[in-house]
Design a protein around this ligand. Structure first.
Ligand SMILES: C[S@@+](CC[C@H](N)C(=O)[O-])C[C@H]1O[C@@H](n2cnc3c(N)ncnc32)[C@H](O)[C@@H]1O
Length: 236
């Protein structure tokens, strides 16, 4: 355990500070992304009753999802971890700006039910299992039949010994649409998610798939993999 002589709360703060320094986050840009997000949502006539604070999506992730859905026609979205982004995808669907399919995976039944009552697309309750990654999703009984062209990785919670839990998303990389895809890894300033980004890059290289990588930086870092018809998303 690092810093055993410190209190739990000080260790947590130091760990966060370490991640932020390594990940190069730019919290001062949060207001910039909020401004763009608010402007776009108002222009599109979507009620702005989101709460992109605390453990939920931050404003740069909301901006990114909003811009992706405005710019591209996705046929199949798979979202890991329900919350503000799920509500946002639903709002775009109800305005018919997004007209593809979306599947959201959530491990917490109460949270899944809460969000499910508010959105039209299906949330799938998926348990956590530590058989591959501590606190990762157990995907054994989940089937996504179509190719995925937008994969958003923002769950399950990843902290402490479960810092690699989001590596349980790797099977979905095998299902990306070879004609074009976007993968967004949220919280990429953290060690586990940064290692996940490297593993995804390795898998894509091994399959000889051309792609670009970009980063959006504000309170958190979103790493974006973009390929084919969606390649320009790496510059968002
Ligand atoms: C980083 S959050 C998911 C964020 C989601 N993409 C969003 O936009 O808010 C990861 C997990 O935190 C939990 N979570 C997020 N917000 C919550 C809330 N308000 N209450 C309870 N659990 C929450 C859910 O289990 C979720 O899968």
């Amino acid at each position: 355990m690092p810093y055993p002589q410190l209190t739990w709360s000080t260790r947590k703060q130091l760990t966060r500070l370490g991640s932020a320094l390594r990940g190069g986050v730019r919290p001062e840009l949060e207001a910039v992304y909020q401004r763009i997000f608010d402007r776009d949502i108002e222009r599109l006539g979507i009620g702005n009753d989101f709460y992109p604070v605390s453990s939920a999506a931050n404003y740069s992730l909301m901006y990114l999802v909003s811009r992706l859905l405005q710019n591209f026609k996705f046929r199949q979205i798979v979202e890991l971890g329900a919350g503000q982004t799920t509500l946002l995808i639903d709002a775009f669907k109800k305005k018919t700006i997004f007209d593809g399919s979306a599947t959201t995976i959530e491990h917490d039944k109460n949270w899944k039910d809460f969000i499910q009552e508010r959105v039209g697309h299906e949330l799938k309750l998926v348990p956590l299992s530590s058989s591959h990654y501590v606190g990762g999703y157990d995907l054994t009984s989940l089937e996504i039949s179509s190719k995925i062209d937008f994969l958003l990785i923002d769950g399950p919670p990843a902290s402490g010994t479960g810092y690699l839990s989001r590596h349980s998303a790797l099977p979905f990389v095998e299902q990306l649409n070879e004609n074009g895809f976007v993968v967004v890894i949220d919280d990429a300033e953290r060690r586990g998610e940064s290692e996940l980004a490297k593993r995804i890059a390795d898998i894509l290289h091994s399959k000889h798939i051309d792609f670009r990588v970009g980063d959006v930086l504000a309170a958190k870092r979103q790493t974006v993999f973009a390929s084919g018809v969606f390649e320009s998303a790496a510059f968002f």
